[in-house]
Design a protein around this ligand. Structure first.
Ligand SMILES: O=P(O)(O)OC[C@H]1O[C@H](O)[C@H](O)[C@@H](O)[C@@H]1O
Length: 447
């Protein structure tokens, strides 16, 4: 089960001394949420609407081909995953939470030379599979890493390098697809109507995760539950409900949306969420073309660790945050705290377990924030496993789609990142970018 405890929204009334009860807010917004739901499901069949991610959890043929490929990779101990943004963050978060029983995944999602060189020094090319992932098939960082990895493989393996590369990209766009065809490389598809940050349950995430030994079928089963709830009426539609809480918070001045899982295993989940919300909702224009400049600023935190770093700000700083906790109810393993002579002052801990302490800290922090009228709600997972994380990630994607409707923005494009890319091309002398290069020269911008 995945449940959401909204009780601290009531306590804090979404902001200092304003707002009404959560249940009333929800009731009042029900028609709007249900209209948003109907609009999303109606558009889900239209490839131009970029809602293909809605259907990924049902794609059992893709699941099987990914599993078959992973099973056949005998002798692969390490996987070099070359991708950035939506082509890395989901698998990275889920591997950190659930990986470990299969191959080790190493993500190259930056172009800083020292870590890349150090990683290649450590790995054995004969036991490493390179999975290059790019929806557009053109991203400079990913392509640069690919050029280096190809050279590294070829030097060590000669013509056998082809057995050690698998490509994940759009069926048509970009340079990777024709390159894979030219060399007969195994290639998986990212459906054209699935944007990068919504692609974790396509081969983008499923392939590396299957190689890492993660229960990818479990992920999809959980993700299907999020989809089922996204069809429900407002009273039972969890993604619509959390979207509403986020939207109301924004409207009432809580413009920073914190995601704070109480789990080190989930420490990378907020990084994935940050891209999902930032690129989907941070928009200059609404769908009718009016200037709006909307978008909650997503902020990453981890409990209990950040109680000792950020919670001071969350509780006493500006009234500008909505804090979302993620907790789990069952630990897979637990450790009991033994009594120790000479440390009697810690007696309140003796006989308790680490998980009991973690749970107490999460509940205490949520209440301490509510008590200071800081809005927060808690997503409760039964446990940290593939099923519940599949559910959680798909829930957050649905939440984002609902928020796109509430803010009336296109949640599936990211026009704001393009100019920086074009300037980079100009600085590197890419043909066709001469005018931009001249503009940069006039402004005194140098690499
Ligand atoms: O998968 P790719 O096409 O290589 O894209 C990787 C990332 O880069 C872009 O700059 C976009 O802003 C992201 O949304 C995307 O996830």
């Amino acid at each position: 089960m995945l449940q959401v405890d909204f009780s601290n929204l009531d306590a804090s009334r979404i902001g200092p001394d304003q707002g009404v009860e959560w249940s009333r807010e929800l009731e009042a917004a029900a028609p709007r949420l249900e209209a948003a739901r109907d609009a999303l499901w109606e558009r889900a069949g239209d490839p131009a609407a970029m809602l293909g991610w809605v259907h990924l959890p049902e794609a059992t043929d893709v699941l099987r081909s990914v599993q078959r490929f992973a099973l056949a990779q005998e002798g692969v101990r390490d996987v070099l995953v070359l991708g950035i943004g939506g082509s890395a963050l989901g698998a990275k978060a889920l591997d950190a939470a659930l990986g470990g029983s299969g191959a080790r995944l190493h993500f190259v999602d930056n172009v800083e030379p020292e870590p890349v060189a150090a990683l290649l020094d450590r790995l054995d090319p004969a036991a490493t599979l390179v999975n290059v992932i790019s929806k557009s098939g053109t991203t400079a960082e990913t392509m640069a890493a690919f050029l280096i990895a190809l050279d590294w493989l070829r030097r060590a393996l000669g013509p056998r390098w082809k057995d050690r590369v698998v490509v994940t990209t759009d069926p048509e766009r970009g340079v990777l697809r024709p390159y894979a065809e030219r060399h007969g490389l195994v290639a998986f598809e990212i459906p054209p109507d699935v944007g990068g940050r919504f692609s974790v349950f396509s081969p983008v995430g499923l392939l590396p995760l299957a190689l890492a030994g993660v229960d990818v079928a479990g992920l999809l089963a959980g993700a299907r539950m999020a989809g089922a709830l996204a069809r429900a009426d407002a009273a039972g539609n969890l993604p619509a409900q959390t979207a509403l809480a986020q939207y109301l918070a924004w409207r009432k001045g809580q413009r920073i949306s914190v995601l704070m899982p109480y789990s080190t295993r989930l420490a990378l989940l907020p990084a994935w969420f940050v891209q999902l919300h930032a690129e989907s909702l941070g928009k200059a224009y609404d769908r009718s073309g009016s200037r709006v400049h909307v978008g909650p600023t997503p902020l990453a935190a981890v409990g209990a660790t950040d109680q000792h770093a950020q919670v001071q700000l969350f509780r006493e700083g500006p009234f500008d945050k909505l804090v979302v906790f993620v907790r789990h109810q069952q630990a897979d393993r637990d450790l009991t705290l033994p009594a120790e002579e000479g440390l009697e002052e810690l007696g309140y801990l003796f006989g308790k377990s680490l998980f009991q302490l973690l749970r107490a800290e999460a509940a205490a922090t949520a209440h301490a924030l509510a008590e200071a009228r800081r809005p927060n709600y808690t997503i409760v997972l039964e446990q940290i496993d593939a099923y519940h994380l599949g559910w959680l990630l798909q829930h957050l994607m649905w939440q984002t789609a609902f928020l796109g409707e509430l803010f009336d923005v296109n949640a599936f494009d990211q026009p704001g990142v393009e100019l920086g890319k074009r300037y980079t091309y100009a600085l590197l002398g890419r043909p066709g970018y001469e005018e931009l290069a001249a503009e940069l020269a006039r402004a005194g911008v140098e690499p």
